[in-house]
Design a protein around this ligand. Structure first.
Ligand code: G4P
Length: 535
């Protein structure tokens, strides 16, 4: 065969094998536990407890050093890859802590689908709502996993209603619990039409799986008892009359979300979830760039940086940029173009990630993530290509919640401070706004915690000192307006003191209160205020 055809055949085969997804949940719903059980199925780890949680434990919120340490662990768990039934599965870790929500939003630009974990007792929680909203906006395929069925929780149908109402989803249950908490007997798998029994006396053990093509079979009464069997039959009837049939296209298009029930801790319902996942979840998808849509099957490599992680060793200012491969084959020591800088770069030690280690690899394929060592060239959102000048779109920035002036506390270290701020912003630790009027710098963050992290890192990694000064800002609003119009000029004249540029040079209005925002919207209808910016 012609070598070119061979390459293309390999590329297509590898793309079809891959599923890249993220697990999202409110902290404590069971994301880490589920991840671990999935890895166990893939044989990627041998025992429970092998995956270190990068979760920021409760009570650690005032101890930012501890948080930095735990963020260090997250390098290892950023991407967890494993093989299962001839598929290569990449799980991208998403921090649950709300102060790092932006990390999560950015990671979601690099996955092709998500699994949403919900605690059966707590139902839909705040973080889940926010994250699902982002996925919904992007029409991302989502599977819902309702976890902790071994505990008392909400009624399955009430929960399905809650998921529909609070998360704005259209659900279709593909499994149903039989009982709950102390009465939990197992799961009826609607997808495969079988019952899997939960053996309580042998905790951590999954019981027998029995196939029932006919739910009327009296065998079911014998196994789970007449009462439970009748309830199951009624509930299945309800499912068939109330919920639509599962349709894969609708799921892929983000219009329908299958729901599974189980208990991650007891490894119950997890295999069913995984089996359904590899059957229905999408392979790597095309991605929109500024000039065109890029398909994974294209021969030439392209990818984008969605995360930058500073090395935990302060002596080496070395960073790891996480690149999601969109198209073609990424090769070690090949020349690639960093489009923003129009700069050619080669990578002699690209890292691929596995469940418990990272390794230098020769090639990676669409859907994969490569970790590239970086000394300060990359910025979140950057595009790398085999030469084509295109930029992938869609890395979001949200208005920060907190704002403070950052001032230099050591005049001899002004350069170090500027460089440090620049690089920390490239990593996406916080957002920088420079006032148009006087060039003063304002740092905006999602959580108050980041200010301590920034101060600490500036001092220890860059030898620079800073202090902060309070400023009353409510929200950053990106502006969309005709800058030559009279209306805009009038707006700019009145709001001069509150106009700034973000890191990308975009004009931002720093509004001091919700009242100001609504007044501005009323008075200047053609000056549009945006609370999310996509680069
Ligand atoms: P997260 O990553 O979403 O934050 O949650 P994580 O997996 O760490 O789980 C949070 C807690 O819930 C853990 O208990 C975990 O053992 C428990 N859990 C997860 N799945 C189930 C389940 O199916 N049933 C029950 N009963 N509990 C479950 P923890 O006590 O906070 O932590 P640990 O000391 O067990 O690690």
């Amino acid at each position: 065969m012609h070598p070119q055809i061979l390459i293309m055949t390999e590329l297509i085969k590898e793309i079809e094998k891959r599923k890249t997804f993220g697990i999202i949940s409110h902290p404590d719903a069971g994301k880490t536990t589920l991840t671990e059980k999935l890895l166990l199925f893939g044989g990627a780890i041998q025992e429970a407890g092998a995956v270190k949680s990068n979760k920021i434990k409760k009570g650690a919120t005032s101890d930012f050093m501890e948080i930095e340490r735990q963020r260090g662990i997250s390098v290892a768990t950023s991407v967890l890859a494993f093989n299962y039934k001839n598929h290569k599965i990449n799980i991208l870790d998403t921090p649950g802590h709300k102060d790092f929500a932006e990390d999560t939003y950015r990671t979601l630009t690099a996955v092709d689908s998500v699994i949403v974990v919900i605690d059966v007792a707590k139902g839909v929680e705040e973080q889940t709502e926010k994250l699902v909203q982002v996925c919904r906006m992007r029409k991302m395929p989502m599977i819902v996993f309702i976890n902790k069925l071994d505990r008392e929780g909400k009624d399955a149908f009430d929960l399905l209603d809650e998921v529909e109402q609070k998360l704005g989803l259209k659900v279709v249950p593909l499994s149903l619990p039989i009982g709950m908490g102390s009465d939990f007997q197992g799961i009826y798998n609607i997808w495969e039409r079988n019952i899997q029994l939960f053996l309580e006396e042998k905790k951590q053990k999954v019981g027998e799986t029995m196939k029932f093509d006919d739910v009327q079979s009296s065998d079911i009464d014998e196994i789970i008892g007449e009462k439970a069997a009748n309830t199951l039959r009624e509930e299945l009837e309800l499912v068939h009359s109330v919920y639509p049939e599962f349709n894969r296209d609708e799921y892929i298009n983000g219009n329908l979300q299958p729901v599974f029930f189980g208990s991650a801790l007891n490894n119950f319902g997890v295999r069913e979830l995984l089996d359904a996942f590899i059957e229905i979840a999408p392979m790597p998808q095309p991605k929109q760039a500024d000039t065109r849509i890029v398909k994974p099957q294209e021969e030439k490599f392209s990818g984008f940086v969605f995360k930058i992680h500073a090395n935990m060793d302060p002596k080496h200012r070395d960073r790891l940029a996480f690149v999601k491969i969109v198209s073609g084959i990424f090769k070690k020591n090949e020349n690639y173009l960093l489009v923003r800088e129009n700069k050619n770069m080669k990578f002699s030690s690209p890292n691929a990630f596995f469940a418990d280690k990272k390794e230098v690899v020769e090639k990676s394929f669409p859907g994969d993530i490569v970790g590239l060592h970086d000394t300060g060239n990359f910025r979140i959102g950057d595009t790398l290509t085999a030469g084509e000048k295109l930029n992938f779109k869609g890395i979001p920035s949200f208005s920060p919640e907190h704002f403070r002036y950052i001032n230099n506390a050591d005049p001899l270290k002004a350069k170090q401070l500027a460089k440090g701020i620049d690089q920390l912003m490239d990593e996406g630790v916080a957002q920088l706004f420079t006032l148009e009027m006087n060039g003063r710098k304002i740092i905006g963050t999602v959580g108050a915690l980041q200010y301590e992290v920034i101060q600490y890192r500036l001092e220890h990694e860059y030898g620079a000192k800073c202090h902060y000064e309070n400023i009353a800002i409510h929200k950053a609003c990106w502006l969309e307006a005709d800058e030559k119009s009279e209306e805009f000029k009038e707006f700019a004249r009145l709001k001069q003191r509150f106009l700034a540029r973000d890191k990308y040079g975009q004009l931002v209005f720093l509004a001091d209160s919700p009242f100001t925002i609504s007044m501005t919207q009323e008075k200047f209808p053609n000056v549009k205020l945006r609370f999310i910016s996509e680069i």
